[in-house]
Design a protein around this ligand. Structure first.
Ligand SMILES: [Ca+2]
Length: 460
């Protein structure tokens, strides 16, 4: 690999691209060896699954019918996290937090409804940052953070786009031009395509990898699998016989996604990029009841601040830079991905804004025993919120507060709110302090606003 990287570097020098990819001063120390940073600049592959259950990867504690050999391959080659969270319990806000490294509530992005106006243009995306570092950038899959022209991928730091812009779900077989939400786009243009969408995302991802062997690349691969509608290839549905036809279809969708991930891993190997590629994989929220996902021992599903809505499968794999086949129990959140990637490539974070995510690399390398975060926060802007500090979790749901000790009660069965009033008060104060720093939702539901106005006028 040394020779290969040297060749890559010389090729970049010849093309005059080295100046563009050299990291800013002071960032080299972030790379583990401190050697020639430009030559070592890793490729980044960020794979996001959609509504996948915590128990629906066979490298996690799983029911017998689940088999995900390629996700397991990532876990064998990297670090598997057991206390990893998505920053929201639904699709769009998690993506907004992921792309910015900031609690999405800082810019008013709490719900799927907030995705209609899009990721505010004041935000800097991970792709913006990597593009500045000379990376080739692509998003292949589900965008879901803005439909209007200025909010589309090519305006948010990505060189290439294949996928769909809006809504959380997409038909897996109907890939013809319809409207701006549902059409499949290639870059700025809607196209007519055929096939099974998960396979197509693999095809496009492999093509992007093969076309960028001479330049560091950032491939953002947000699958819409295994989000409903329940649609799968017959050849895979036949493999399952759980007694529940819907679960069989879900598992077949999962098989297609796992095979797509396998194709990406094979392409990295084939092109020689494998050893110099950081791969991060996670699900954008907990498994959904609607798609027959399984969250194992975790309570509840997507759209809930119980663990089943927010704790997700999460793997980080970087050959030679991170330990292989290890398990990390440190609580992390999807917001950490942006600062981790920036640290890996030697990119400085902009100094004009607050970043909530933190570089996970020291924790993943077991270089520190300090907690990565003092606390983690979750909030949907209306009915539910939660705060986790160490083993304690306080959550608000259906008008009441619940307190759990996750160390001994991962399934959140024993509400300690009345037994631990001091802990409850402490966590509530921590949450209130955090919440006061966040903006109000971009698209506060109209009904709520009208009702509030009506109530106000009544009170007058
Ligand atoms: Ca989702």
């Amino acid at each position: 690999m040394e020779d290969l990287n040297r060749r890559k570097f010389l090729s970049l020098m010849a093309s005059g691209a080295v100046a563009a990819v050299m990291p800013s001063a002071g960032c080299h120390s972030k790379l583990s060896n401190g050697t020639n940073a430009a030559a070592k600049r890793p490729n980044i592959v960020l794979i996001v699954s959609d509504d996948q259950g915590y128990a629906d990867a066979s490298c996690y504690d799983h029911p017998h019918e689940v088999s995900t050999p390629n996700i397991d391959r990532l876990a064998r080659q990297g670090v598997r996290l057991t206390n990893a969270y998505a920053s929201a319990y639904v699709c769009a806000p998690t993506r907004a937090g992921l792309l910015t490294g900031r609690y999405q509530q800082r810019f008013g992005f709490y719900t799927g409804g907030d995705s209609r106006s899009g990721l505010p243009l004041s935000e800097v995306t991970l792709a913006d940052l990597l593009k500045k570092q000379g990376y080739a950038t692509a998003v292949i899959g589900k965008w879901h953070v803005g439909i209007q022209p200025d909010y589309r991928p090519l305006k948010r730091g990505f060189d290439e786009f294949y996928g769909f812009l809006g809504h959380g779900a997409h038909d897996y077989f109907k890939l013809q031009i319809t409207n701006e939400h549902n059409s499949i786009y290639r870059n700025d243009k809607p196209i007519n395509d055929t096939g099974y969408l998960t396979d197509n995302l693999a095809r496009e991802a492999v093509s992007f990898i093969e076309r960028h062997q001479k330049r560091p690349f950032f491939l953002y691969l947000p699958f819409n699998a295994v989000h409903w509608p329940l649609q799968a290839l017959q050849k895979y549905i036949k493999r399952f016989n759980t007694g529940d036809e819907n679960r069989d279809i879900y598992l077949a969708m999962l098989t297609s996604m796992d095979e797509a991930i396998g194709k990406v891993l094979d392409a990295l190997k084939r092109t020689g990029a494998d050893d110099n590629t950081l791969i991060i994989f996670f699900s954008d929220n907990g498994g959904a009841r609607k798609n027959f996902a399984n969250n194992g021992i975790l309570r509840d599903y997507k759209q809930s601040v119980y663990e089943g809505g927010i704790r997700v499968p999460f793997i980080v794999r970087w050959p030679g830079k991170l330990p292989k086949g290890t398990v990390c129990d440190e609580p992390v959140i999807s917001l950490d991905i942006l600062p981790t990637i920036c640290a890996a490539v030697g990119a400085k974070l902009p100094g004009d804004r607050v970043y909530d995510g933190k570089d996970m690399l020291p924790v993943l390398r077991r270089e520190t025993k300090q907690p990565l975060h003092k606390a983690l926060f979750f909030c949907d802007g209306s009915d539910q919120w939660a705060v986790r500090e160490g083993k304690w979790k306080l959550l608000y749901r259906k008008g009441s507060l619940e307190l759990y000790n996750l160390d001994i009660d991962i399934s959140e069965k024993n509400n300690l709110a009345s037994e631990q009033p001091n802990m409850l008060r402490q966590l509530k104060a921590l949450y209130d302090q955090w919440r006061a720093q966040m903006r109000e939702p971009i698209s506060r539901p109209k009904k709520r606003t009208k009702k509030t106005k009506k109530n106000r006028s009544k009170q007058k």
